[in-house]
Design a protein around this ligand. Structure first.
Ligand code: PAD
Ligand code: ZN
Length: 360
């Protein structure tokens, strides 16, 4: 099979022929039809998310089941599936508490070598989050896959694997935005744009998009934001407060991944409101918030992984919301390209030219 390999920190990805390892009894071989390019992949390349090279990146993908192991119960050859970047085993301590986004198997599935390079040492390749969607095929555990029945196009399904579910879920599950609430979203890339859509579908009265890139602000206004502010023009916190009677928003989502913008989200939240940290800051950084607003104004700071989604419940729900026009995946996809264009996809993301690129 062909795969894009992360070979060195801050280096380009290398597209190579590799040999998959023999699948185990609970493994499934999936032919990948589409894979979104998420900023978390870029975080691996920059070292913000620690994962030693070489490995196959990509964790936002959809495909068709090609082969199932002898003990696989829930999937058959030909099924359409979306990869879940956190497995949902259904039986661990967290899964039994409706917290499959914290599944106990999260790290175990990431450690398995899934292919070998064609170099002298036949170097083993791990895969990002147990998936590795920047490839023709992937071999993964059954618990990392969710079967989907729909006619939505492959490239739209791929986004449900990470960014869309994370963003929409941040609004619906993590914050639990209610009709009439006020929301700010700092960072309107693929994930932030999905938070905006989630806030809209939840009935938020005010959704303020904060992004320095004009394309992102314009798209945000089309996809559900009621206001858009440019943080490079004037102080973002002041602009958000001015739009909310000086009080701040009920929920301020940080969707970039820097401690400074998390602190900004905390300042944008009203007393009694919450900042929701969705962006992944470097693993070795600390997030600092002022003590008085935390305690005396009861401001909350919430972490958010995978939009607190229960993928086996939420993937089909999101599919239906898209099928019926309540949520929009079509306009989240700026470009489709091939696996060989992976480095161009990362460049376009860094330069702010796309909401999402999808490899098909
Ligand atoms: P992206 O690169 O598509 O979007 C980032 C956006 O932030 C861009 O539109 C930028 O223009 C904008 N931006 C940059 N600086 C500022 C600023 N100072 N103020 C406002 N906006 C700014 O990335 P993405 O949407 O793919 O991912 C965003 C983050 O979310 C990233 O850290 C990623 O790792 C994280 C993520 N978290 C989870 C999770 O489970 N928590 C899942 C998926 C992605
Ligand atoms: Zn992602």
């Amino acid at each position: 099979m062909r795969a894009a390999i992360f070979t060195e920190l801050n280096g380009p990805m290398s597209v190579e022929d590799v040999t998959p390892v023999e699948p185990g009894p609970r493994d499934v071989i999936v032919r990948i039809t589409a894979s979104g390019v998420c900023h978390s992949d870029l975080h691996v390349i920059s070292g913000a998310l620690p994962m030693p090279p070489p490995s196959i990146l990509g964790h936002e993908g959809a495909g068709i089941v090609e082969e199932v192991g002898s003990e696989v119960k829930g999937l058959q050859v030909g099924d359409r599936v979306i990869g879940s970047f956190i497995p949902a085993c259904g039986v661990c301590w967290h899964c039994l508490r409706d917290e499959s986004h914290l599944c106990d198997n999260t790290y175990a599935v990431m450690g398995a070598p899934r292919a070998h390079r064609h170099d002298a040492d036949h170097t083993a390749l791990m895969t990002m989050t147990g998936l590795g969607t920047f490839a023709d095929m992937m071999t993964c555990d059954e618990m990392s896959l969710v079967k989907i029945e729909t006619n939505l196009p492959d490239e739209q399904l791929a986004l449900i694997g990470c960014g869309f579910t994370t963003g929409v879920g941040a609004a619906l599950n993590t914050a639990k935005v209610q009709p009439g609430d006020t929301v700010a979203v700092i960072g309107c890339g693929g994930v932030g744009m999905s938070v905006i859509q989630g806030a809209k579908v939840a009935g938020a009265a005010v959704v303020i998009a904060v992004d320095p890139v004009a394309l992102k602000r314009e798209t945000a206004l089309k996809l559900g934001a009621t206001h858009a502010v440019d943080p490079s023009e004037a102080d973002a916190i002041e602009q958000v407060r001015a739009l909310t009677g000086g009080r701040g928003v009920d929920y301020a989502f940080e969707v970039i991944g820097t401690p400074a913008t998390v602190a900004q989200a905390f300042e944008m939240a009203r007393g009694g409101g919450a900042a929701v940290a969705v962006g992944v800051s470097r693993f070795d950084e600390m997030i600092t918030v002022p003590s008085f607003p935390l305690v005396l104004s009861e401001k909350r700071l919430l972490g958010c992984v995978y939009g607190s989604a229960q993928v086996r419940r939420d993937f089909p729900k999101l599919v239906q919301l898209v099928e019926n026009g309540r949520l929009d995946l079509e306009h989240m996809i700026s470009r489709t390209m091939g696996l060989d264009d992976i480095n161009e996809a990362f460049r376009a993301m860094k330069d702010g030219e796309v909401i999402r690129s999808v490899l098909v």
